[in-house]
Design a protein around this ligand. Structure first.
Ligand SMILES: [Zn+2]
Length: 276
């Protein structure tokens, strides 16, 4: 009497096992994609940072440079960067970075200089969080000839911005030790906070603030900055379904009294690239 039900239940268990195996294999393959992956949870999440969102969503990676052979570089820790993200940027495992810097845990601080042994490349690593909040992209220049996130973060903190760096992304111009075209991800983006970059039109609440280091009333952005800007804006418009006419310069927002991002900002080039 028990024979038949047991046989049936065994069959169901086997099917379940096969389904689980299939799911596991699919998950492993989805993680091995070189360009992006979903739902990857690293073992080294520093709990005190409380920004687990970074690990539960899509991450886009794009190579900025590749040296002829792996080389040791020094990386200065930007606001809210983690060992996990730095490891992705250079293709070096977290444990190697820890060992090279005599770190016992995952705690690193803003401005800390880390030795990255055997960096294979530098990648811009851009996390994308599911949200319906972002309807615009507002482009800025920093108005300074040099810059990087740590410096502007402190400057904005001094100006009373509660979360420091007012933009969501900063595209470096190769000054102060940062890469030309390097995309720095602001803590505001990681925490999905409002920006502090454009009060007019309520853009701080609904606009993603992207700034390029430079004063584009005096000079043009570098070609690498423009490439990174086009890449970033394309990724963001696609992911958040933002129409091209919602990509605006700061000065084009009604009510904004500024000439930002400067008269040499290459709008034609950017608009053409976004239409493709
Ligand atoms: Zn601006």
């Amino acid at each position: 009497m028990h024979g038949k039900p047991r046989h049936v239940s065994l069959g169901i268990n086997m099917k379940r096992s096969l389904v689980l195996l299939f799911l596991l294999v699919s998950f492993l393959f989805s993680c091995s994609s070189p360009s992006h992956y979903n739902g990857y949870i690293p073992s080294s999440v520093p709990s005190h940072f409380n920004h687990q969102n970074e690990y539960s969503t899509k991450v886009v990676q794009k190579t900025l440079w590749i040296p002829s052979s792996p080389r040791t570089v020094v990386h200065e820790v930007a606001p809210l960067e983690t060992l996990w993200r730095i490891s992705k940027m250079y293709g070096v495992p977290v444990w190697k970075i820890r060992r090279a810097n005599h770190l016992k845990g995952d705690i690193i601080r803003i401005g800390q200089k880390l030795i990255i042994p055997g960096a294979k490349y530098f990648k811009n690593v851009i996390p994308l969080y599911p949200s319906t909040k972002w309807r615009y992209i507002i482009l800025h220049h920093t108005g300074t000839e040099i810059g990087k996130a740590t410096v502007i973060h402190r400057y904005h903190e001094d100006r009373g911005f509660i979360y420091g760096l007012g933009y969501h992304f900063l595209i470096d111009n190769g000054t102060l030790g940062k890469g030309d075209g390097q995309i720095e991800v602001s803590p505001r983006w990681i925490k999905q906070h409002d920006g502090a970059h454009c009060k007019a039109g309520g853009m701080n609440h609904k606009g993603i603030g992207v700034a390029l280091v430079g004063n584009f009333n005096k000079e043009r952005p570098t070609p690498a900055q423009i490439d990174s800007l086009i890449l970033l804006v394309k990724i963001l418009t696609e992911f958040y379904n933002i129409p091209p006419d919602h990509v605006l310069g700061h000065r084009d927002v009604p009510g904004a009294r500024t000439d930002c991002p400067g008269r040499f900002f290459p709008w034609r080039r950017v608009r053409l690239a976004l239409m493709k």
